[in-house]
Write a protein that binds this ligand. Structure first.
Ligand code: SF4
Length: 290
């Protein structure tokens, strides 16, 4: 009989292998990391970014290219933020790290009226700070911990509430073209990351310290996807695959496909069957066809 510890060890190994495999595939498919890259892993203290750092550190040892990793956390000065947790963890695993201290919390509180959603401004300020740090420190890639389910939630949020067919790309050039953002967990399922983080016992810092309500629309998308995943296994995989198989001529965006310029080319269509019949004639009959 297999003992339970051994069984869970085997399950963990399989899970770890799967996540590493998915991350490796995403990195290769989108050429996310190249020789000499200096990759900044944005660490929030949540399960996703811990998992990302763990897997990248592992892949670094066997990757066919040499690259540097640095973990960076932005301490937004939220009340109750346990400042010691990340430095202790990062020192214990021996990874280079930097904590940026910037009180974006006060800015958000000052600017956004009481009761309104603060996440939009908060994220913009965070992004600006991290991009600025990357630029000033020779970082060539900014790695974020978004996973497949984040990408699908964003996709449906944009469809349902934004009237846009867009998601969250695995690799992105920032608007000012000064930074490249990569999402190596793009192929990873959130439920796998949940289990991995639990196995690894990462020192998770709760994300609701700011007291903000979770975005209700995103919450609804998450619930919808979870229900589909339960009721129709494989559906989420299929939807994600569809993001990689876009047929602009079968949609309706005139910027993406030249519907206006579509024109007939009947001459070619008429000539082709005639040519085909000539070339398929039995030997010796070509003369009769002249
Ligand atoms: S939950 Fe709080 S910390 Fe997170 S993005 Fe929203 S406002 Fe910012």
């Amino acid at each position: 009989m297999t003992d339970p510890t051994q069984k869970s060890r085997t399950q963990f190994n399989k899970l770890q292998k799967r996540l590493r495999h998915y991350v490796g595939d995403a990195i290769a498919d989108y050429n996310m990391i190249e020789e000499g890259d200096k990759v900044m892993v944005c660490l929030s203290g949540g399960k996703d970014s811990y998992t990302l750092l763990d897997i990248l550190l592992n892949l670094q040892k066997t990757a066919p290219v040499n690259f540097d990793l640095i973990a960076v956390n932005l301490d937004q000065k939220q009340p109750g933020f346990p400042e010691h947790v990340l430095p202790e963890y990062l020192s214990s695993i021996g990874v280079p790290y930097h904590i940026i201290e910037k009180d974006t919390y006060s800015v958000v509180k000052r600017v956004i009226p009481e009761g309104a959603t603060t996440c939009g401004l908060c994220s913009r300020l965070r992004r600006g700070t991290l991009y600025g740090y990357a630029e000033a420190n020779g970082i060539t890639k900014i790695a974020l911990g978004h996973h497949r389910d984040d990408i699908l939630e964003t996709f449906f949020l944009n469809i349902f509430y934004g009237g846009k067919l867009k998601a969250m790309p695995p690799k992105l050039l920032s608007d000012d073209k000064k930074n490249i953002v990569i999402r190596p967990l793009a192929y990873c399922r959130e439920k796998d990351i949940d289990r991995f983080a639990a196995f690894k016992q990462f020192p998770i810092i709760p994300c609701n310290l700011c007291g903000s309500q979770e975005n209700l629309q995103r919450k609804a998308m998450k619930a919808m996807l979870k229900t589909w995943d339960r009721q129709f296994p494989g559906r989420l995989e299929t939807i994600f695959t569809s993001l990689q198989n876009v047929a602009p001529s079968q949609l309706a965006d005139t910027q993406l496909f030249d519907f206006v310029g579509l024109s007939l080319s009947r001459e070619a269509q008429l000539i082709e069957p005639v040519l085909a019949s000539v070339f398929s004639m039995p030997e010796g009959l070509e003369v009769l066809a002249q």
